[in-house]
Design a protein around this ligand. Structure first.
Ligand code: GLN
Length: 544
């Protein structure tokens, strides 16, 4: 018998159905009923973590407080639940194998032949139960990445089958997310792909307890009955998940469909309270009824794929709602910026955010965007590489150090205003060797950021190798770019700002990872507020 209840979320028919959002929405509903709930994601790929993946592959790499580089779904979990995730919340096949192979090398298997079953499956089962056994949660939701039937997913599905058996009835259930496509030629919704995917799951010995059906059209009662009969679930366990205008509507839609009620019933948990979603609804109300509108340019090099900057996009939604402002985020490809077109490309932007990134591609465009914001008094926020570009731009234009650069882009630069920390110079491995996770930061008294945070000691998450070079600090400060946040232990510069500018802030860390619905990030809230104020000021000036 286990005290913790387990919910497994699998996906069928196709990828990209939004398992992460469904898992987060269900978790929200359970949390709102008072259940301590967390979510973890198991990814079937062989990378040890997504840290070495190009954002074009799986979107943004999300970073937790404990420095885990994880799947972007963990961002949704934190944004919905306002509960911190950790290394234990994201496991990949690479990590599972790494750990089993390390145990084998240490002789822990006592001469046995090491196999997928039981060694890999045991490792998976152990990882699934780490959070449950911590005693911190009543319910653990485990999302299995990929689609059932994939070769890579098989050990995970087998582990789930074994765990369900071991946990016993009512202690573990399976929610299967599928697609019910609409064939316009036939004018109808089709249930066959779902039937097949439920069958594939059954071949592995798993019976879905609940079906969540993604659809672009309302699923009729008849179709629900048909799905129930042929997929062997009760009709009330067939849940429609219709396309929503915002992901933040999904918890309420799932509540209407009774996903939380049927889940509690299957887990034999009391269902005598209504979820308290007052704060959530208030956020939605503000999000959907903005009083003002601003346009903010997101200058990056992965802009073709909106998921590359997922947390930034979501942080703007939270900060927009907090200010009752509709924030239109306009993506600008940094590689397409040139001295000739910069005025045109920046036209209509009320604020400018220069995004994080790695490598040389597109950086000159980022420097140009910083200069445009600085010289035209446009509120500016630079995040990580964006902050580094702000420092480089200032060094080049204001200090006259024409070839100033980061040693990441030019190892021979005469003015390495951004460079490696001494202890990092000998590192050759790419995975997991950056400054990662939560670090303390002290904010300078009287600075803009201190005002924005309403506090002088903060903690923020990092993911970078290069740092502000303190050799240039004095020179920069004399010329007007002030280091206003630094690590109290190492003295590394974490924040720069220009006090003579209406709102110009560069941060070496990633504030976007910590913004949630319940707790919008102060830096984004302050930025959006400044963008609106500056826009109104300019409008008034042009009217006068
Ligand atoms: N490439 C830069 C570094 O490694 C910035 C990284 C980032 O923007 N996350 O320092």
């Amino acid at each position: 018998m286990s005290d913790t209840k387990y919910i497994f979320v699998t996906g069928g028919v196709t990828s990209s159905l939004g398992k992460g959002i469904i898992a987060a929405s269900l978790a929200k509903l359970l949390q709102a009923r008072g259940y301590r709930t967390t979510i973890q994601k198991l990814d079937p790929y062989i990378n040890v973590d997504p840290g070495t993946l190009n954002p074009y592959e799986h979107g943004e790499c999300y970073v937790t407080d404990d420095g885990a580089e994880t799947d972007l779904d963990l961002g949704h979990y934190e944004r919905f639940l306002n509960v911190r995730t950790s290394q234990a919340n994201n496991v990949t096949t690479g990590r599972i194998y790494q750990s089993v192979i390390e145990k084998e090398r240490r002789g822990e298997f006592l001469g046995k032949t090491v196999q997928v079953v039981p060694h890999i499956t045991n490792e998976i089962k152990e990882r699934i139960q780490i959070l449950g056994k911590s005693g911190d949660y009543d319910i653990v939701i485990t999302e299995i990445g990929g689609t059932v039937g994939d070769i890579e997913s098989l050990p995970y599905i087998e582990s789930v089958r074994q765990l369900l058996w071991e946990l016993g009835e009512h202690n573990g259930i399976v929610i299967h997310l599928t697609l019910v496509p609409f064939l316009s030629a036939a004018g109808e919704l089709k249930t066959k792909p779902t039937q097949h995917s439920v069958k594939t799951l059954m071949e592995s010995g798993i019976k879905a307890d609940i079906l969540v059906c993604r659809t672009e059209h309302q699923i009729s009662e008849d179709i629900k009955e048909k799905l129930a009969l042929f997929c062997n679930v009760r009709k009330e366990a067939v849940i429609q998940s219709i396309d929503a205008s915002t992901i933040y509507d999904v918890p309420l839609l799932m509540q209407e469909e009774g996903l939380d009620t049927v889940t509690l019933e299957k887990l034999d948990l009391p269902n005598n309270t209504e979820p308290n979603l007052d704060q959530w609804k208030e956020f939605l109300q503000r999000h959907k009824n903005p009083k003002h509108k601003v346009t903010i340019g997101l200058i990056g090099k992965y802009v073709e794929l909106p998921d590359s900057y997922k947390s930034i996009q979501e942080a703007f939604i939270h900060a927009g709602a907090a200010n009752e402002v509709d924030v239109e985020v306009r993506s600008v490809h940094s590689e397409h910026l040139s001295a000739k077109n910069i005025d045109k490309k920046m036209m209509g932007l009320d604020g400018i955010l220069v995004a994080p990134g790695f490598g040389e591609r597109g950086i000159e465009g980022k420097v140009m965007a910083v200069r445009y914001a600085r010289e035209n008094n446009i509120p500016f926020l630079g995040i990580c590489l964006g902050m580094q570009m702000a420092v480089i731009e200032f060094a080049r234009t204001v200090l006259g150090l024409e070839n100033a650069n980061s040693t990441e882009m030019d190892s021979e630069t005469p003015d390495p205003v951004i460079s490696l920390m001494e202890e990092q110079k000998s590192i050759t491995d790419m995975g997991g060797t950056m400054r990662l996770g939560s670090w303390d930061c002290h904010l300078k008294e009287g600075s803009l950021v201190e005002k924005v945070y309403g506090s002088s000691d903060i903690e923020e998450r990092h993911r970078h190798r290069y740092e502000f070079n303190n050799k240039y600090k004095e020179q920069m400060e004399e010329a007007g770019l002030v280091a206003s946040g630094f690590n109290p232990r190492t003295g590394l510069v974490e924040v720069v700002e220009i006090p003579s500018h209406p709102w110009f802030v560069g941060v070496q860390y990633h504030p976007e990872y910590k913004s949630t619905v319940a707790s919008p990030h102060p830096l984004f809230v302050g930025f959006v507020k400044a963008v609106l104020t500056q826009k109104q000021k300019q409008n008034n000036a042009s009217l006068a």
